[in-house]
Design a protein around this ligand. Structure first.
Ligand SMILES: [Zn+2]
Length: 175
């Protein structure tokens, strides 16, 4: 079931041998660090993970994640809905010292325990694919902002022209 939550933990002694596959949603409550950078509590995080072992006996966690979340627009500070998607290609290592021998296409994930917590792994991947800044597309919120500011000010028209100038300088620089 795509809508049911994934288990909180998997047993690393079993999942790789069984070549287990896990698919489902990751509840936001299990992702406290990620939750903190979101603008609202409305979020859907969906993951699909496969556990396997390669010829070099490395334990692989592959799959993908996708998420629909609300973040804050850096221009108008209102929420904006964005979609995140990423491929997961990790090698599970018991300690940091093995990571230098790792295939460069694999990212190490260190876990010495037999209990592998899925939320930590998913949260890290989500943080990595999160854009640094987010803006509403086009000038949608810029127009709204202009309207709000000039509405407060009877001489708004002149101000609008002034505020536009940094943008036209930027435009000239780009050209
Ligand atoms: Zn905006």
């Amino acid at each position: 079931m795509a809508d049911s939550p994934v288990p909180a933990y998997v047993d690393t002694r079993k999942v790789f041998l069984q070549e287990a596959a896990i698919k489902g949603m990751m509840p936001l409550e299990r992702l406290p660090r990620f939750r903190e950078i979101l603008a609202t509590e409305t979020a859907n995080v969906w993951i699909e993970l496969s556990f396997s072992t390669n010829e070099s006996k490395q334990r692989l966690i592959t799959g993908k994640l996708s998420a629909q979340v609300d973040v804050t627009c850096q221009r108008c500070l209102e929420p904006i809905a964005i979609e995140l998607a990423d491929e997961i290609k990790l090698a599970l290592l018991a300690s940091e010292e093995f990571s230098s021998r790792l295939d460069p296409t694999l990212e190490p994930w260190i876990c010495a325990d037999t209990k592998l917590e899925l939320a930590g792994l998913v949260e890290e991947q989500l943080m990595l694919c999160m854009p640094i800044v987010n803006y509403h597309p086009g000038n949608d919120c810029l127009d709204k902002l202009d309207y709000a500011i000039s509405g407060d000010d009877p001489q708004g028209e002149g101000q609008t022209e002034q505020r536009e100038s940094p943008f036209s300088i930027l435009k000239q620089l780009k050209e």
